[in-house]
Design a protein around this ligand. Structure first.
Ligand code: UDP
Length: 325
């Protein structure tokens, strides 16, 4: 069961599961996901993780063996002003899911964690042994989710994979699926909306960071590569792995300015940029390190080049200038 399978990373993973003939069911409340992103022939349960009865029913009726869990609130800025929503949706609703899984003896879960659980880097790149000291409520809630799974693993034998994403980006090639959030806060879709003429300019959130050009550095990872890693993690759990904590990134960082420049090249548009204030909760650099994903999952990103990521994102935005609507 793919929880949050109508969302950005979830829908790409569902497509991958389908292409590999792995049967799946999508469970999503469509609060931020899109019905159009789920193929018609994939069973769809529209329900909320607050509704334990609905979770239990879905697990039972569809004879679920494993769960991939994407459903969560994921805006750093919003988490700072509305932490209550983040604790409810990310922590409490995940507890609901785990309780129903336990009741129905579904004991495998792969879930979306994040590099935001590390907080400010004490070294860059950051491997999985980096201290986990989140600096915003979003990161706190994801770390609580990791701890919850770890405790359920010890006490009840749950096997789980916590996949710590760096910056999910890009889109399925061909432009059929992509990134569409309401409101949009992520850098790449915003930059592409400027290229489409839907916004006048892109604001750069601070150029006084301790980085070579002063703007924040992030490790952008293609959404299809993320999907592939989920399937590999699931195979490892099925083969007997109990707990996996794995970074998913390319190991290469790009600054906000470098990304905008690359987007100008890919789109052929000027993309005006204006300097703005720092955004609360943004660490200066987040770049993935270590070789655990390769060692444990045999995974390495196939679509790692930022140019490729931007080209695929651009195909979706050109094809769907209004998103999925
Ligand atoms: N960013 C920016 N302008 C924007 C949106 C984002 O300069 O309009 C920066 C942000 O400060 C961060 C990087 O772009 O350094 C990536 O931000 P995004 O929200 O895409 O992902 P996050 O790193 O927060 O997960």
């Amino acid at each position: 069961m793919v929880v949050g399978g109508a969302g950005y990373i979830g829908s790409h993973t569902v497509r991958l599961l389908q292409s590999r003939s792995v049967p799946c069911v999508v469970f999503d409340n469509l609060s931020t996901g899109h019905r159009q992103a789920i193929p018609d022939d994939v069973p769809f349960v529209q329900a909320d993780l607050a509704d334990r009865e609905a979770i239990g029913r879905a697990l039972q009726e569809h004879k679920i063996q494993s769960v991939i869990h994407f459903a969560a609130k994921c805006y750093v800025g919003e988490s700072v002003t509305e932490p209550s929503k983040y604790y409810r949706e990310n922590v409490f609703n995940t507890w609901n899911l785990l309780e129903e899984m336990r009741t129905h003896n579904v004991m495998r879960i792969v879930f979306s964690s994040t590099c935001a659980t590390y907080g400010n880097p004490v070294q860059v790149p950051m491997d999985e042994s980096h201290p986990q000291k989140p600096i915003n409520p979003y990161g706190h809630t994801k770390l609580h989710m990791e701890h919850m799974m770890g405790d359920y693993s010890t006490a009840y034998g749950l096997s789980y994979a916590a996949l710590r994403y760096f910056n999910a980006a890009g889109a399925a090639s061909g432009g059929c699926l992509g990134e569409h959030h309401e409101p949009e806060t992520h850098l790449i879709p915003l930059v592409l909306q400027v290229a489409l003429g839907q916004r006048e300019f892109i604001s750069i959130f601070g150029d006084d960071y301790e980085t070579p050009d002063g703007t924040c550095i992030r490790d952008y990872i293609h959404v299809d590569d993320l999907g592939d890693a989920h399937l590999r993690a699931l195979c490892q759990l099925e083969a007997g792995a109990q707990e996996l904590h794995v970074n998913l990134g390319t190991g290469t960082g790009f600054s906000v300015k470098e990304l905008i420049e690359m987007a100008r090249e890919v789109t052929g548009h000027a993309i005006p940029a204006r300097m703005g204030e720092r955004r609360d909760g943004d660490p200066p650099q987040l770049v993935s390190g270590g070789t655990r994903a390769l060692d444990l999952l045999g995974w390495k990103p196939e679509k790692a080049a930022l140019k490729r990521i931007l080209e695929d994102a651009w195909s979706f935005h050109r094809k769907h200038p209004g998103g999925y609507e």
